[in-house]
Design a protein. Sequence first.
Length: 364
Amino acid sequence: MVKYIDEYRDPQISNSIAQSIKKIMPDSAINLMEVCGGHTITIFKYGIRKLLPDNLNLISGPGCPVCVTSNDFIDRAIAISHLDDVIITTFGDMIRVPGSDSSLSKEKASGADIRICYSPMDAVDIAENSPDSEIVFLGIGFETTAPLVAASILAAKSKSLNNFSVLSSHKTMPQAMKALLDSGDIALNGFICPGHVSTITGIGMYEFLAKDYKMPCVVSGFEPVDMLETIFMLVKQIAEGRSEVENQYVRSVKPEGNTKAVKLMNEVFEPTDMPWRGLGVITGSGLKIKEKYQDFDAYKKFQVDFPEPKEFPGCICGDIMRGVKVPTQCKLFKKVCTPEDPKGACMVSDEGTCATYLKYASLD
């Protein structure tokens, strides 16, 4: 059992696990999907694919929170930013994601008051110090960030800040994994489950995938040895005909998760249908603000009109999110769409599949 960070990156340990994978690998092809952008980075940065058998395929799924945010949400945020005395606050990656015709970055350059926050609590502070302005925080991300945003709403309520609200596009991962399986677009044999999300939720939420879909699931850490051990655990399940939920990331993920964070999230949010880029509207996959906190719900506070959302012509980001295509199949990749001038969301965030492909192409 490894104990120190250098051991999690040890080439000898990595090669030993890779050899163990090859020994138990069946003759048939195996398709494993990671649904976390951090895992995609690990796979490419450390050349994991080069260590694996040729018939073991790693497929990148909808694991980047910025990438799966729909143009409808971005266009709405832009429309709200045009209102008088409104300050839009957001995590950094979100500001550069292209909407239908613009981005928050371009709107900021044109004069809109749009500010980057490192924490939702920063937005609460802005609201407290700007009583004559409406402060709107863009709530994006999965179960990892939702408790933080819930805490900001409770903090604003405790301070009676009626000028603070959240535009929630929070999403929950298991429903998206189910939608991928139900679509039939791609044949999967196992899921590499997200580590950060699972530190909050625990591992029980994947049980239905193993039980109802006979889909092996393993929660993984983020170092190369983590990833290879996770792949070994999945291949072993498949070779033995098992479908279970296992936890490789035991040093951080507890079976029950972070119960305090879950309680906080459940206090403020409730499930709702939510649009995902590339996957459409997924039933019960989003988190909306409960009625008891409606004074902090930007959807209810601001009624805005904006044109029907549209994608940049030729962008296949949606197909990439579903795992049916890879960035190199996009005609825009590296030519029209670059990190400096992204045309699709997958090229914006460090966790975006296109950005990862471009940054680590020489290592894969």
